[in-house]
Design a protein around this ligand. Structure first.
Ligand SMILES: [Zn+2]
Length: 289
């Protein structure tokens, strides 16, 4: 049992496993580092409970900013980010990482050869092949509304949704597609409240003005794995400096207790797979499977 900062007791159970077959979840992300901040605690928690976790990262992250050029050591940003990704994925316990290696489009699609500007059909085929090889029960990508914030995030959602639809009729094909987002409004509000209680200037106030109150179907109790994902984010040092106030104001000892959950939205299910009318928010990506 894990106790949150709000005094709620959070039951942390293992995901529903049936028989002897190992469950598998595939997370599809756009850039190296997205795996830590969008559903990262859930990925780490699933891996820790024996679920096979597969990470697909579509782009090389080469259009990102650089916090400190000394970190590159004369190498390209894409090369360094690939190493950062490997270190982060190891911390989170991913069983395998597939780097598709498309060029990062940049936040305004300023890279003409970028992921978001290339023909989509071969990308869907590539991801379809990966799903057929890895046979995940569940695929997690971005919620489309959230994904609209970056051309690569949107393309990532589009190819995931298309590849999911193409594989659901396969024997052993995936049965649920979820959308993840960045930290939810609830989570940011909890982080803001922590800074207020501790008499600190809140770096979250402006984000709270902009963040919508997202809908969600599923809330996962990630417990201490909030910190696992945070430790993985620390490996992405070219992107987020270790003194970044937004990410690191709250000390590790308190971080997981401030908001030990992550939210997802169920976007699609395999045809013929009938979900019972949800009486409540799901607490497991494998509910009803
Ligand atoms: Zn991204």
């Amino acid at each position: 049992m894990f106790r949150s900062g709000y005094g709620d007791e959070v039951s942390q159970t293992s995901p529903e496993q049936t028989g002897t077959e190992q469950r598998c979840v595939m997370f599809v992300h756009a850039h190296p580092d997205d795996e830590t901040t969008k559903g990262g605690g859930t990925a780490a928690w699933l891996a820790a409970t024996g679920v096979r976790t597969v990470l697909v990262v579509c782009t090389d992250g080469g259009a990102g900013g650089v916090t400190d050029h000394a970190l590159l050591g004369g190498r390209s940003l894409a090369e360094v980010r690939s190493d950062e990704l490997a270190a982060a994925a190891a911390i989170m316990g991913f069983d395998v990482v597939h780097e598709l290696g498309y060029a990062d489009s940049g936040s305004e699609s300023e890279v003409p050869q970028g992921f978001a500007s290339q023909p989509i059909a071969p990308m869907v085929d590539q991801l379809t092949d990966l799903i057929e090889v890895e046979r995940p029960d569940v695929v997690v990508t971005y919620d489309p509304e959230y994904a609209a914030n970056h051309p690569d995030h949107l393309r990532c959602h589009e190819i995931s949704a298309a590849a999911f639809a193409q594989t659901t009729t396969d024997a052993g094909g995936p049965r649920k597609l979820y959308g993840s987002r960045f930290f939810s409004r609830r989570r940011v509000q909890a982080m803001h409240d922590w800074t207020v209680v501790h008499g600190l200037e809140s770096p979250y106030e402006r984000a709270l003005e902009k963040l919508p109150d997202e809908r969600f179907t599923t809330r996962i109790a990630i417990g201490e794995h909030a910190v696992t994902a945070r430790n993985a984010l620390r490996e992405h040092q070219t992107q987020i400096a270790h003194d970044h106030r937004w990410f690191y104001t709250i000390p590790d000892a308190d971080f997981a207790h401030v908001y030990p959950w992550e939210e997802f939205e169920l976007l699609a299910v395999a045809p013929g797979f009938t979900l019972p009318m949800p009486a409540d928010v799901e607490s497991d990506l494998f509910t009803s499977l």
